[in-house]
Design a binder for this molecule. Structure first.
Ligand SMILES: [Zn+2]
Length: 432
């Protein structure tokens, strides 16, 4: 089965670039890349002060297909002049979609307004899934507290750890309660959406025990989730290498790849022993570099915000710049003769680069720079969207590439020796 990568987009939240991504859907042609959207931002019933046009957002309730609504949003912002003068293509990208709750923001708002109770969170479940069903989201990440269960070195003995473990236990119980409510809702409502249960933990064992608890709740309620979503490993920098058995000499890319792949493997194997072949999603899978490795160990889908951040976090002034992903694969899924493969490099520092994706065959790197540094704001925003689409094109290809029978060993035979070593060390450790 082919992996699906869900590009995240904060549609409905603020951010000048967010609306501009949608207006260029006609120049996107991707099959393996879908879209992750956020309930907190999309739902106008949740009061919040975002810069996004709430009037157009309210119209979502009139649509039965999220992609049809996105077409409407695109049209709306094109009429507002948020696109460079460019002939419109007739075919518009129609991505697979996954809905995440945006619980972090929901909780923050409730706490700030002194309104938080567990019951209030629990009551959101009904509306959340009805909303997802009404606009035909294909996948939905079940609502839970999604707190980071970090486990720092030395905490085993300390008071901190006692406090930590009692807090974790409390959240675990509350999370399980939310999942039980979700299953109860599912039991009494026929739905097309596929619901994924988030799994949390602070090391391999605690993830497995959390998964086991979820399976027990399914038995109790008598209805199952459609799959699982591994949470808490989006940013592995804060995770303790000893706890996660990461070799000390691994750099941050290898560490992220190792934890993502190993944890996916543990969960996949645990399920397979029970003849359970349900869907496994990795929430915030870190980096494009991880895709072949999580695919290899049974990850069916993932999402990640970093491609968007690298493309859109940057300005024309000062020293912060948007970044260009150094491509690995050409349209025949052969390796480019580039250095720094799959690294993000500041746009003004990129030269002599080979890429012939849909973006780079229209604009060479010098033309992209010209757009980026243009005084015309629309051209500048356009260049950021192009940088993003260029990255997504690589995601598309790396997913195709990960269909080749020997793709993992091929990754050690690229023209970039540094990249080869990085992959070889990771593969050797993963295969132990
Ligand atoms: Zn390109």
């Amino acid at each position: 089965m082919k992996h699906i990568f869900f590009a995240t987009n904060g549609l409905g939240g603020g951010g000048t670039n967010v609306s501009r991504f949608v207006v260029y859907f006609d120049i996107i042609n991707l099959k393996n890349v879908g879209l992750l959207l956020n309930y907190y931002y999309l739902n106008t019933d949740i009061p919040k002060g975002t810069a996004f046009d709430q009037d157009i957002l309210k119209e979502i309730t009139q649509y039965s297909d999220i992609n049809k609504f996105l077409e409407k949003v695109s049209e709306h912002f094109i009429n507002k002049g948020r696109r460079v003068p460019l002939d419109q293509q007739s075919k518009i990208w129609s991505p697979k979609s996954i809905l995440d709750s945006g619980i972090g923001n929901i909780l923050r708002d409730m706490v700030v307004n002194n309104e938080y109770t567990h019951e209030k969170i629990s009551e959101l479940i009904n509306d959340y899934h009805v909303f997802a069903e009404n606009v035909s989201f294909e996948y939905v990440v079940a609502l839970d507290y999604a707190l980071k269960y970090t486990h720092k070195k030395g905490e085993t003995e300390s008071l901190d750890y006692k406090k930590f473990s009692s807090e974790i236990a409390a959240y675990e119980e509350l999370n399980l309660d939310l999942l039980e409510t979700t299953l109860g809702f599912r039991k009494t409502n026929r739905m097309k959406q596929k619901i994924l249960a988030p799994i949390h933990g602070y090391d391999y064992n605690s993830y497995i025990s959390n998964l086991n608890q979820i399976l027990e709740i399914e038995m109790k309620v008598g209805v199952k989730f459609d799959g699982f979503a591994i949470g808490g490993i989006a940013n592995t920098r804060s995770l303790d290498s000893d706890t996660w058995k990461v070799p000390a000499h691994f750099n941050k890319t290898q560490k992220s790849g190792f934890i993502n792949a190993s944890l996916t493997n543990e969960i996949k194997q645990f399920l397979l022993e029970k003849d359970d072949e349900r869907w496994i999603h990795i929430l915030g899978s870190g980096n494009i570099f991880n895709i072949p490795f999580i695919t290899m160990f049974g990850g069916d889908s993932s999402d990640c915000h970093s491609a968007w951040r690298r493309a859109s976090d940057g300005s024309r002034e000062g020293t912060s710049r948007s970044k260009y992903l150094i491509p690995l694969l050409d349209s025949n899924l052969e390796f480019f003769n580039n250095r720094n493969l799959l690294k993000y490099i500041k746009i003004d520092e990129v030269s002599n680069i080979k890429c012939e994706c849909s973006v780079c065959s229209e604009y060479n790197i010098e033309e992209l720079k010209k757009l980026y540094f243009s005084n015309d704001n629309e051209c500048h925003y356009y260049s950021k969207i192009l940088l993003y689409i260029h990255s997504l094109n690589q995601y598309e290809r790396i997913i195709e590439f990960s269909q080749k029978p020997d793709y993992i060993s091929l990754l050690t035979k690229t023209p970039d020796n540094e990249f080869n070593t990085k992959c070889e060390e990771l593969i050797n450790t993963l295969l132990g």
